[in-house]
Ligand binder design. Structure first.
Ligand code: FES
Ligand SMILES: [Fe+2]
Length: 500
């Protein structure tokens, strides 16, 4: 697909009328939640349970009652008429000040910086940051900018350094950020070097192996930001052991929110990813909405989408995807079920029977062994959790163009698992943990290396961006399957209005 040219008719720089307009367009409605819900034409009754925000996974997916569905939230029915958030350069600047600079951002894992003085470079918007491993499980984060005349210090994504040497005039900084050496020091007057010339530090914390940074000098405690729901629901996963086995970045021709929205609703799966409907029930996703804009979407892998099952009239033979799931779980072919409806139970049974494996499956709920647990961290991190590994995607603001974004896809996996589930689309993964994987930057036209599913999304989002820009588009309306978009904007406008 050829990316559509961005339509660059930016509004002149005016004071931003975000607050009143957004309040008008995103206001809550007083109607009870259930009464607003209209899904199908009543003349065409559907023979499966329609999705509601209250949809709960079947009990056999959590037989020990480890997790409870979060209470539903009434987020209204208003049309999102405030379209400028998707293309205004002024909004882009405000988002950086009021959102991106305020929250915690997941940027990597301790195993990306495995030994003292290992570092990684993290770029967000126009900033570049060095994250450096200290002693034990500590990290530091500092701005990647020389204090002499502002050159970017480090160009490498990952490495290990006893010191950072600026390429411009060779000033040297310690891994902790202290100025070590000024080239030709005698040519500076003493007073010129009296200023603070160490690298400015940022907030950085490690939670269960994951590294978070914040551009906020005084952020809320990281555990408070993540919240008890995310911390509790992710407790069984072997995060601390995980290593990065895939890491690609790519510029997309759409605003970061336009792009991210396509990944927080399962509504588009039947149209955009038709190959998935025999083996992914994204319709009956359990959606949990949490504080601080975070959420969880549980998509039922291995189960057919209900629209597909209805069309098939209950004759649900195994699709290729089911065979792969069964094979990878080690179910002998002789024991494969006849109907695809029985595949999840067969896979769960096989995983629980596995002895001496790198993963102790018994600590997970049954559903976590088969389903896709998509944890969403505000503003735009989506982490699809599986016991074997985590697929993390980020959509970040482009440094200068609100109609573009920077996409990042990473897979972290538990070492020693033999092979990764094939749906993670990582070929020849190095699961040894002996090397630090480089980061790959894909050309913005490269569709081949995204994997077949993400490619379908990637081809769609520039069309959405172009349409949003049209005078003929009045603003988005959202189904209950897209409740997370409303939830996102609830938190988004809270920041844009209140945290000035
Ligand atoms: S800008 Fe870094 S040494 Fe001059
Ligand atoms: Fe998609």
């Amino acid at each position: 697909m050829t990316p559509l040219a961005a339509v660059m008719i930016h509004a002149p720089a005016l004071p931003i009328p975000l607050e009143p307009e957004a309040q008008r367009t995103m206001k809550k409605t007083p109607h009870p939640y259930e009464e607003q819900f209209r899904f199908a034409d009543p003349s065409e009754p559907i023979d499966y349970e329609p999705y509601r925000q209250t949809y709960v996974l079947p009990k056999w997916k959590d037989s020990r009652g480890l997790y409870r569905k979060s209470p539903p939230r009434d987020l209204g029915t208003a049309r999102h008429e405030n379209k400028s958030v998707y293309y205004s350069p002024d909004v882009m600047e405000q988002e950086w000040e009021r959102i991106w600079s305020k929250v915690w951002l997941l940027v990597g894992h301790l195993n990306d910086v495995p030994t003292p003085n290992s570092f990684m470079r993290v770029d967000r918007f126009r900033e570049s940051v060095l994250v450096v491993r200290g002693r034990g499980d500590t990290v530091r984060a500092m701005y990647n900018v020389c204090q002499h005349r502002g050159a970017r210090l480090v160009a490498k994504d990952f490495g290990k350094a006893a010191k950072f040497v600026c390429p411009f005039h060779k000033w040297e900084f310690s891994p902790g950020g202290s100025l070590l050496k000024v080239q030709d020091r005698e040519t500076f007057r003493e007073e010129a070097l009296c200023h603070n010339l160490d690298l400015p530090q940022l907030s950085a914390r490690v939670w269960r192996g994951w590294i978070f940074i914040s551009f906020n000098d005084d952020p809320m405690p990281l555990e408070e930001f993540l919240g008890p729901e995310i911390i509790g629901r992710t407790q069984p996963y072997d995060f601390e052991k995980m290593i990065r086995v895939r890491d690609v970045m790519q510029e997309w021709n759409a605003n970061w929110k336009t792009s991210h929205e396509a990944f927080i609703e399962g509504y588009h799966v039947q149209a955009t990813h038709p190959q998935l409907v025999p083996a992914v029930d994204a319709y009956h996703a359990q959606t949990d909405l949490f504080a601080h804009g975070h959420a969880l979407s549980i998509y039922q892998f291995m189960s057919p989408a209900p629209q597909y099952a209805a069309r098939k009239g209950g004759k649900l033979e195994l699709a290729e995807e089911h065979r792969i799931f069964l094979r990878e779980a080690g179910v002998p072919e002789a024991n494969w079920p006849k109907s695809s409806k029985d595949v999840p139970q067969a896979v769960i049974k096989a995983k629980l029977a596995r002895k001496g494996y790198a993963i102790d499956y018994s600590k997970f709920s049954e559903g976590q062994l088969v389903d896709d647990w998509g944890v969403g961290l505000f503003p735009s991190t989506e982490a699809f959790m599986h016991p074997e590994g985590v697929f993390i995607q980020n959509w970040m603001p482009h440094p200068s163009d609100p109609e573009k974004c920077i996409y990042q896809a990473q897979v972290y996996a538990v070492p020693g698992i033999g092979e990764l589930p094939s749906f993670m689309a990582v070929e020849n993964a190095d699961l040894s943990g002996k090397t630090v994987l480089p980061r790959t930057r894909l050309d913005s036209n490269d569709m081949e290396n995204l994997g077949p599913v993400i490619r379908q999304d990637r081809e769609l989002v520039p069309r959405v961006q172009a349409g949003i820009r049209s005078k003929g588009f009045r603003g988005g309306v959202y189904s209950e399957q897209e409740i997370r978009i409303r939830h996102f904007f609830d938190e988004y406008y809270r920041h844009m209005h209140l945290l000035k």
